[in-house]
Design a protein around this ligand. Structure first.
Ligand code: RTP
Ligand code: MG
Length: 138
């Protein structure tokens, strides 16, 4: 099987809490190769494209506000089955119940807000990875 690529975002909570290095180190330690890396500020346009599937949902607007609240680390990682592999490292969406040993499970919790501040994003398919890499690394 040929190597895949995925887009990883360290969300504003991860960057502001000083966890970017730790998070990227976990992905590298698993054996995935860092291909591209950037500290970026999101824009509404980028987020609308990135979260197109969530536009109109009740958590969409708070999610956008959260993603605009500070800088984001965008990274591209490569490796066999990296899309699945990173999502497995990240853990379940809700940090309170994400399994210990995962990024969200080890570093995240419920901060009492409507939108989970769950530290990371990872693409969920080859198609979304291609689309998302294009959005954050254009
Ligand atoms: P991501 O896309 O960020 O990797 O996370 P995911 O696949 O685990 O979660 P997804 O369902 O795609 O949702 C995207 C992000 O929206 C926020 N969210 N809040 N009910 C809620 O309050 C809610 N549901 C989702 C989270 O930040 C989630 O990561
Ligand atoms: Mg998702």
């Amino acid at each position: 099987m040929s190597a895949e690529r995925t887009l990883v975002l360290v969300k504003p909570d991860g960057v502001s809490r000083g966890l970017s290095g730790k998070i990227l180190a976990r992905v590298e330690a698993k054996g995935y190769r860092l291909i591209d890396l950037s500290l970026v500020s999101a824009t509404r346009e980028k987020l609308e494209a990135h979260y197109a599937e969530h536009v109109g949902k009740p958590f969409y607007e708070p999610l956008v506000e959260f993603m605009l609240s500070g800088p984001i680390v965008a990274a591209v990682f490569e490796g066999e089955r990296v899309i699945e592999g990173f999502r497995s490292l990240a853990g379940a969406t809700e940090p309170t119940t994400a399994a210990p040993g995962t990024i969200r499970g080890d570093f995240g919790r419920d901060w009492g807000l409507k939108v989970q501040q769950n530290l990371v994003h990872g693409s969920d398919s080859v198609e979304s990875a291609e689309k998302e890499i294009g959005i954050w690394f254009s």
